[in-house]
Structures are given as structure tokens and as C-alpha cells.
Ligand binder design. Sequence first.
Ligand code: SF4
Length: 182
Amino acid sequence: MNTSDLEKYLKLEVDGNAVDAKIIDPGSVITGEWVTWKCQFGCFMYGRGYCCPPETPTSEQTRKMIDCYQRAILFHMEFPNEKGVDNQKIASKLNETLTDLEGEIFKDGFYKAFIFLGGPCSLCAGCAKLKGEPCSLGNRARPAMEACGIDVYQTARNNGFFIKTLRDTSETRRRFCLMLVD
Ligand code: SF4
């Protein structure tokens, strides 16, 4: 796989925090029907936003979509639990930065560029879905990997990243986002 033309997209920083990034084979991205079951039975955001199930594509649709690509970039950021640090704000900034990057990659000629973010969409204080209105920022709203049936744990491990389940909120959280490029 030739990667030299994508390397410039790997150097990212969000609020002074480094973001790791790796060019990966989309074939290493794992999808599974069980993933959105964990959203449906276990996440308070289920049914509360346009970027969450059941509004998001199924794992089967996501697999078909990912299989349209030959190159992708997996981004990773650590969120240690430090006093006075607003991790939610940094996570939102990461999502915004990667949505902007999707636009830059598109303008560079990679017209298929698409970003899967991490966590529920937080662009609005309350999702328009709750008011029965269309998405307010459809040009920027992007779903999370997990919301589309991507097994984030196995995908990260397949690409040499460390990830583990957490016992409590004092542990370092990790967020992964996937840019399909081509
Ligand atoms: S941009 Fe706003 S309305 Fe659209 S999915 Fe995100 S929170 Fe919901």
C-alpha cells in the first residue's frame, strides 16, 4: 500500500494534546451486529440523536461502505483523568478537528473521504431529533464508529493500538476515530 501521500494528515494536535494516527488497511476494521446491541441495551443516548442508533447505518451497511475503500487512517487520543481538565471539551474539539480534516482531504482530491468520530454527536445542546426536527447541522454531523457497528476494540488492536475495558472513571480513556480516504 502506498502511503506517502497520506502522511501529511497524520500530524494532528488538539489543544496541545498529540493525536496518534496510523494509515491502515480498511480490511482490518471489524464490524459486528453485536455492537449496536450494546448501544440499544446499555447506552442512555440510544434513540436520542441522529448520529446514534437506530438512526445510524447497520453493521452490515457499514461493512459494505468500508469495503468501498482501500486506505484509511485510524486516529487515537488518550484522555487521562486529570484535575481541572475538561475531557469532554477536548473530545468535542477532536471531533471538530477531524470533521474539518475530512473537508481538507476532500479538497485535496480524495473525494470519498469520510470520518467516523467517537461518542455521540455533541454539536447541539440537545439533538433536533428530540424535537422531531431535521438535523440542524447535517453538513458537520458524523456518526461514531461504534454507532455504525464497528468493533472499536478489535479494530484498534488489529492495528497495534492499546485499548482495554475500564473499571472506573479514574482510568485513562481512549478515543478512536476512523477516516476512510482512498
Ligand atoms: S448536529 Fe445537532 S441535530 Fe444534528 S445529529 Fe448532531 S446534535 Fe443532532
